[in-house]
Every structure is written in C-alpha cells, then in structure tokens.
Write a protein that binds this ligand. Structure first.
Ligand SMILES: Cc1cc2nc3c(=O)[nH]c(=O)nc-3n(C[C@H](O)[C@H](O)[C@H](O)COP(=O)(O)O)c2cc1C
Length: 247
C-alpha cells in the first residue's frame, strides 16, 4: 500500500452497489431435458466457447457487462457440513463433468474431506458474473476411483504434484519455510521427469446431483430460476422434474 491518508480512495458504498441484469432470460422450454447437458452448454459459454443454440461470445458479454471476460469459470464454491450441521464453504476447481457427476480434486485429509466423510451431502455454487448467471448443485459426494485420480494427478504440472505431497492440507503449520523445505526434499526424492506417485491422501470426489438450479439475472430483480430435481435414490433413467422457482 503506498497511498497516503490524503489520497485514500473513497470507500465504496456497499449498500449502493447494484447492477441491472439484462443479458438474457431463461424459460423451461429453453433448457435441455438433462441438466448435465444444460450445464455443459452454459459452461461452454462461460469459458467463451459459444455453442450453436445461444452464440454468446466472451467478448460481447464482457463488453456489455463492463467487466473482464472470465477468470476461472470452473471455480465453484463447495459447501460441506459436520455431522452437527456446522457449515464450511471454500472455492475448488471443477476438473471434470461426466454424464451424471461433477468432479473435483483435493486432499482426503482436509477439513472438507473430513466433513464429507461425516455428511456426504454437499452443495456447489458457480457464479459467472460476465453472463449474469449462477448454477447451484445439491448432491452427494463420493470418492473417485484411484485410476481416475491417478490419471488426473499425472496430468498436473510437476510442481503441483510435489505440492500435493508437501501439504498437509487444513492443518496448522509453524511457517512457510516448512513447506519449502518439504518441497526441496521431495524434489530430491522425485527428480523432474520421473513419475511422482499419487499420494495416498489425495484424490477426487464426484458429486451426483439431486437438484440443479440455473439462475439467469433479469431486470428489476425478477430473475429466472429453472430447477431440475430428482430423488437421490432415482435410477439414471428417471426423468428430471423441471420447475420455475420465484426469484
Ligand atoms: C480459485 C481457487 C481454486 C481452488 N481450487 C482448489 C481445488 O481444486 N482443490 C483444493 O483442494 N483446494 C482448492 N482451493 C483452495 C481451497 O479454497 C481451500 O483453501 C482448501 O481446499 C482447504 O479447504 P478446507 O480446509 O476447507 O478443506 C482453491 C482456492 C481458490 C481461491
């Protein structure tokens, strides 16, 4: 910080911060029967890869909204709870979408993983401000198999692989130097261009949704919310129920 008190910027009036959402609307007849397919369509737009039906480009939406095009569109807020119902949220990156699940990777020793072990019900929240859209997913998380975790781990940059070994995620540590020391030791143990094994403590979770909501911002706060629901014990052939929810 190099500004003197005289040059200090005026604090933003949080209560006066508002933006009207005008980019589009969403109706039940607009969306795909399968919410995972619908998610992929919106995700393609969020990453600036327009699909045929709704050719929204990253540049055009960013220009209209007056904000940068996109940054980490696969970032999502993951909320988990303890058995007692205490909630924790944090950002993680979506690393895969299958025909029925959302996949992310983390440490199995982390707070989130301990909470998932206590209660597999989680929620995911994607916010794409450049499209004035939000997607909410409620579902159950389960560990991915070791083969797919290994395949993803091996695709990560070498330093990230070492980092997964070095970190005891969510634990208290004395200093940053401890991490750097561990990284140096690991670089000796696993030199560059050798295979760094998947740590036992690290892997993926796949979230099977029971509800997905697609939210499109509209004018006057009368936003569109189209919701897909399906009971958690429903088979893959069970059709999703679609409804509109009040904003
Ligand atoms: C943009 C962004 C992406 C992140 N992606 C991941 C991720 O994919 N996996 C992960 O374990 N942590 C990720 N983190 C760090 C988490 O937010 C969090 O600090 C960490 O997972 C520990 O969470 P926990 O102590 O609640 O388990 C990310 C953070 C940010 C800001």
């Amino acid at each position: 910080m190099n500004s003197s008190p005289h040059e200090a910027p005026q604090p933003a009036r949080i209560d006066q911060m508002r933006r009207d959402y005008t980019l589009g609307g969403l109706d039940i007849q607009d969306v795909h029967d399968d919410p995972l397919v619908q998610f992929e369509l919106w995700f393609a737009e969020a990453t600036g890869r327009p699909h045929d039906a709704h050719p929204v480009t990253r540049e055009s939406v960013a220009q209209e909204a007056g904000i940068p095009g996109w940054f980490e569109p696969n970032a999502m807020t993951l909320s988990t709870t303890t058995a007692a119902g205490d909630v924790t949220s944090r950002t993680v990156l979506l690393k895969g979408i299958t025909s029925k699940q959302f996949v992310f990777y983390t440490s199995y020793e982390s707070t989130k993983s301990r909470q998932i072990a206590a209660n597999a019900n989680v929620s995911l929240c994607f916010f794409w401000p450049h499209l004035q859209r939000q997607v909410l997913v409620s579902g159950r998380a389960e560990r991915t198999d070791r083969e797919s975790s290994t395949a993803y781990f091996q695709s990560r940059p070498y330093e990230s692989q070492l980092g997964a070994h070095a970190s005891t995620q969510s634990s208290t540590i004395e200093s940053r130097e401890i991490l750097e020391q561990r990284m140096a030791e690991l670089a000796e143990k696993y030199p560059p261009n050798t295979t760094v094994p998947l740590p036992e403590k690290w892997g993926g979770y796949a979230v099977t949704p029971v509800e997905i909501e697609f939210w499109q911002g509209r004018t006057n706060r009368l936003h569109d919310r189209i919701v897909y629901t399906r009971p958690s014990d429903a088979g893959p052939q069970t059709p999703w129920q679609l409804s509109r929810r009040s904003p």
